[in-house]
Design a protein around this ligand. Structure first.
Ligand code: HSE
Length: 310
């Protein structure tokens, strides 16, 4: 039967002040997923190497949930065999569940000869986010599927914009090995914001987007401040304030929490600077006796793609 292997990149959501509306795709880190059409109508998810605790039932596993939603939409009963290889831990803040959802919808769409547009696939992938975090945010799955920088301009109806960004922009990401569940870190955010703060936040996001689209690093730097998620979620991340200061003292263009954390990231003007900050963060977390993974990355313009098909 037809078979395909897919790579879906990890992502940074809530970029700076862009809570729920700005995501970007990373390079080199993400998830491989293999999918095969089966003669039976059973959806089978194989045990996931290194993650024995992840559920495998088609109604619990994200791959099963989003694949079933697509098949139901088409009125199809189709058996699938799915193998997932994760390189991003769930609860890392790097869009682990979003990778699974993006890889699954992309794979199934290819095997069914593309009944859906990539943008429609984002809507199916969002159902996986809803199942994991209680809310169907799109900033991880849109960036993973479409690549680059994605603005979620509207949720109802879903409108996603890909914006230009400086080709030389580099990222350094630190993933301290502690777990923060998106569902928990969503609950602690304030539900309302005072108008003066809304105005500041709008100014920041406008500066950041203008800086990204015109390659103006000063505007990127001035727009990276967030008043919605960072001030509250940073309490869940040991050493966040010091790690951010380290990055900024080393010349970063901005530093914030990746998704709902605990990963953090910084924008850098070049690779040497990203490496210096990465080394400083590794040592910083080691001093706190917390293991960490450091990733150096460009922005990945490609999004989810086919690795092999048979
Ligand atoms: N925008 C989402 C949130 C991203 O902050 O809840 C989660 O990775």
């Amino acid at each position: 039967m037809k078979k395909i292997k897919i790579f879906a990149p990890a992502t940074i959501a809530n970029v700076g002040p862009g809570y729920d509306i700005l995501g970007l795709a990373l390079e080199g880190v993400g998830e491989h997923l293999e999918m095969e059409l089966m003669v039976s109508d059973e959806i089978k998810i194989q045990p996931i190497p290194n993650y024995p605790d992840l559920p495998l039932g088609p109604d619990e596993n994200i791959a099963g949930i989003v694949a079933k939603a697509m098949l139901n939409n088409l009125g199809l009963k189709q058996g699938l065999n799915i193998k997932i290889e994760k390189s991003v831990k769930p609860g890392s803040g790097l869009g682990s569940s979003g990778c699974t959802a993006a890889a699954t919808v992309f794979a199934l769409n290819e095997l069914l000869d593309q009944p859906f547009t990539k943008r429609k696939l984002v809507e199916f992938a969002m159902l996986g986010e809803k199942a994991t975090s209680g809310k169907a945010h799109a900033d991880n799955v849109a960036a993973s599927l479409l690549g680059g920088f994605c603005i979620i301009k509207s949720y109802h109806p879903l409108e996603v914009l890909n914006i230009p960004f400086p080709k030389d922009l580099r990222l350094v990401v630190a993933h301290p090995q502690i777990e923060v569940k998106t569902a928990d870190s969503k609950k602690i955010l304030k539900k309302e914001m005072a108008l003066p703060d809304v105005i500041t936040q709008m100014g920041n996001i406008a500066a950041l987007i203008s800086g990204l689209t015109t390659s103006n690093y000063e505007w990127i730097r001035s727009g990276m401040n967030d008043l919605i998620a960072e001030p509250i979620r940073s309490y869940l991340i040991p050493g966040f304030a010091q790690a951010k200061s380290l990055a900024m003292e080393n010349g970063a263009l901005g530093c914030s929490i990746s998704g709902s954390g605990p990963s953090i990231f910084a924008f850098c003007a070049n690779e040497d600077q990203a490496k210096e900050i990465g080394d400083a963060w590794k040592q910083f977390y080691a001093d706190l006796e917390i293991d960490s993974n450091i990733y150096l990355s460009k922005i990945n313009p490609r999004g989810t793609y086919k690795v092999v098909s048979e």
